[in-house]
Design a binder for this molecule. Structure first.
Ligand code: 3H9
Length: 703
């Protein structure tokens, strides 16, 4: 049996290798293995110098997150890092892949670091609601300076080996074979009699690091860190590194780490880490399920959505045919695509030359016959079933056998669209979110007859284009938009019941959404919702409830469509995005409430949040029950990546589990009884009722 951590002698060097696939996480066996092999290397008189490296695709990618919350087992990670640091024989860490979190902290415990040029190093703990808890907050500022260390720890983003070599985190870059490079480095260190260099013994120059420095830093991250727990604790730990002797700083780091670990934010973020990885695991699909090659793509429609979708593929070097009815429409669409990339050039994300190269990947097409060689075509025209059916009928005629035919519909029945073809098994929904080149979410809508091969290909493709794909069944609005309905509805109802526009937006913003529902409506354009309601009213799919979208529709009738008309729920100075309360809108609401005989009252923040968020949870329960979503965590991933649900609350279903399903259920029942609920909006989902009565959680609800 191969050991998780092994030691071999190569000349006068001892090479300790960690082999714990997939990412060499610091499980108990790895921690113990490192300590034991280190001790063996130290007592071997033949070994002069020690190299710590990893096999597989990466150096250690961190503590083993799966062990969090379980009873701790000795040795803990600090013991491992200290053992490396206290080794009388020089220890060199040889890094490749991603040396992250505890993995990078292990490297910082070593006396010197060499990295493959392709390696990255980082302390991403903040993304799990934690801080680097194995000395990272104490050693990194000593090694590279307080500000760069803070920036790395607060963003959680890794830096390239070149950047790390530049700031001093890495001592040498290796361009060839890493182990050969590490041996050569070790040889150089040995011949120059380099001593074991302990970062803990380096002092920090505290010049300029007064309270004002930390206040400024806090201020600079305030917007991004809103609602999160760990960022402030990271700053406190770094302050300790500056002010306290190393050992005391380490003790302070531990206290703060434990606080983070026990925070609800960390529980939520750790849930999301696994939820995101779980989303791509689809029952029935395995590594043996075939995947089709996707080398040539076409997008139908060069509007904002079509252009944004096409960019995802061009960004990874796949050519995209962009289909429109005429040249003018394509020129306009591709002009917008170019503008998007130009913004990237301005921000230094790409060069002007790269922009020109990438634009060459967009191939304008006006003739459907030119689609005969594509592997995947994504239709992104406006929401009209007849038009979509017509398009899919044509695609069926011209596309080669085996081509995947996808629709970007956000509401329409994918099965009905598929029925317009002779190959429904090749038809699937790929629902991108706007702006499609930026938003991470992709709902992969599996039709009744979509083949496993097509589904598997799309799940893999999502990852390739750096999206998080979530599989949804077919229903109106799929997972996300279907759940959204109650959120906007209740905001509108509460206006009529007496809550002010500002109080609703403030309560929801404080809950953690990027903005309140009414400000959001102004941003997106109120007329979009009005148009959908008109269509649904005509189709008879909207409840016959005069309150539904009432204020929004009245505003649109007055030409107040939101920011684009400088007036909506709020007023805006021309060209400004700063919302100003408008007494005329307040008067309109009061007038409509009086007309409908609705008595106005004060509504507190707690009710505002419950009225907006609980309908999301209730609909989520139905979606789970109907099998539209495979699991509650998939719903969380949809809401985090597509709708701005605060990650530190873990998504609506995790949030519901956190506050307790009984409380959610009881509140929904209370609203059902006390609010005017003629239309059954507050009818509790039967799954929610069942779980609440059994004292269970959504997380326990396995299909
Ligand atoms: C920490 O270190 C705390 C310390 O400061 C203090 C402690 C006292 N543990 O993402 P992938 C699994 S906190 C356990 O699909 P990629 C993952 O679940 C940690 N498992 O691959 C998946 O499993 P499955 C700080 C882990 O190539 C499989 O590996 N470190 C861990 O796209 C493949 O993962 C981090 O936060 C882990 N630490 O990306 C790094 N990491 O196949 C977190 C991964 O069963 N990890 N797994 O679904 C990452 O960012 C990415 O996984 C990585 C690889 C970039 C490494």
């Amino acid at each position: 049996m191969t050991k998780v951590v092994s030691l071999r002698r190569q000349g006068e060097f001892g090479v300790i290798t960690v082999d714990n696939p997939p990412v060499n996480a610091l499980s108990h066996a790895v921690r113990q293995g490192i300590v034991e092999r280190l001790s063996e290397a130290q007592s071997d008189p033949e070994i002069q110098l020690i190299i710590l490296t990893c096999s597989g695709r990466t150096f250690i990618a961190g503590a083993d997150i799966k062990e969090f919350g379980k009873p701790p087992q000795e040795p803990d990670l600090n013991t491992v890092v200290n053992a490396l640091q206290d080794s009388p024989k020089v220890v060199v860490a040889a890094l490749h892949g991603t040396a992250l979190g505890g993995g990078f902290e292990v490297a910082l415990g070593c006396h010197y670091r060499i990295a493959a040029a392709s390696a990255k190093v980082g302390l991403p703990e903040v993304k799990l609601g934690l801080l680097p808890g194995a000395g990272g907050t104490q050693r990194l500022p000593r090694l590279i300076g307080v500000l760069p260390a803070l920036e790395m720890m607060i963003s959680g983003n890794p830096v390239t080996a070149a950047v790390a070599a530049d700031n001093g985190a890495i001592d040498r870059l290796s361009t060839g074979n890493l182990i050969d490079g590490a041996i050569e480095f070790a040889r150089d260190l040995h011949s120059s009699q380099a001593p074991p260099r302990k970062i803990s013994e380096t002092s920090i120059d505290a010049e300029g690091l007064d309270q004002a420095f930390y206040d400024r830093f806090r201020e600079s991250i305030a917007k991004k860190a809103r609602g999160y727990f760990a960022p402030d604790r990271i700053i406190q730990a770094v302050q300790a590194a500056v002010c306290l002797p190393f050992q005391e700083g380490l003790a302070r780091e531990r206290e703060l780490f434990v606080e983070c670990m026990e925070s609800s934010a960390s529980a939520a973020l750790r849930h999301l880490f696994f939820a995101e990885r779980q989303a791509s695991k689809i029952p029935g699909l395995s590594d043996d399920t075939p995947v089709r090659d996707i080398d040539r793509i076409a997008v139908i429609g060069a509007g904002t959505m079509g252009g944004g979708i096409a960019m995802n593929f061009a960004n990874i070097g796949i050519p995209v045919k962009v289909v429109e009815l005429d040249e003018d429409a394509i020129t306009r669409g591709l002009g917008q695509v170019r503008k998007n990339y130009e913004r990237g050039v301005k921000k230094g994300r790409m060069t002007a030359d790269q922009l020109e190269q990438i634009m060459k990947l967009f191939v304008p097409i006006t003739d459907y016959d030119d689609l005969n060689d594509v592997d995947l075509v994504i239709e992104a025209v406006f929401e009209n079933m007849d038009l979509k059916k017509q398009i899919f009928g044509k695609l069926d005629q011209v596309c080669k056998p085996g081509a995947i035919l996808a629709t970007n519909t956000s509401t329409l029945d994918v099965d009905e669209i598929a029925a317009a073809t002779e190959r429904p098994e090749d038809v699937i929904g790929l629902h991108f979110f706007s702006p499609a080149n930026i938003m991470r979410l992709l709902e992969i809508v599996r039709g009744e007859r979509t083949s496993e091969e097509v589904l598997h290909t799309c799940v893999k493709l999502a990852r390739k284009i750096k999206k998080v794909g979530v599989v949804s069944g077919v229903c109106y609005g799929f997972i996300g938009n279907r759940m959204l309905a109650g959120y906007g509805r209740e905001a509108g109802f509460m206006l009529l019941e007496g809550a002010s526009i500002e109080s609703i937006d403030k309560a929801i913003f404080e809950f953690g959404m990027p903005m309140g529902p009414l400000a959001m409506n102004d941003l997106a354009g109120i007329d979009v919702g009005t148009k959908i309601r008109e269509e649904r009213r005509a189709a008879g799919t909207l409840p016959d409830d005069e309150r539904f979208g009432l204020i929004a529709d009245k505003l649109v009738a007055q030409g107040r469509c939101g920011q684009k008309t400088s007036a909506g729920f709020y007023s805006y100075e021309p060209g400004s995005r700063a919302p100003k309360p408008d007494p005329a809108v307040a008067a309109l609401i009061a007038q409509e409430a009086a007309r409908l005989g609705i008595e106005q009252r004060e509504i507190d923040d707690e009710e505002i949040v419950a009225r907006c968020i609980y309908p999301i949870i209730n609909e989520g329960a139905r979606i789970l029950e109907e099998g539209i979503a495979l699991r509650a965590s998939d719903i969380d991933i949809v809401w985090i990546n597509g709708y701005g649900f605060p990650p530190y609350r873990g998504g609506p279903m995790f949030y519901a589990d956190t506050i307790g399903l009984k409380k959610v259920y009881d509140t929904i029942c209370r609203y059902h009884d006390t609010l005017d609920d003629r239309f059954g909006y507050w009818e509790p989902a039967s799954l929610l009722e069942k779980l609440a009565k059994e004292g269970k959680t959504f997380a326990e609800c396995k299909r």
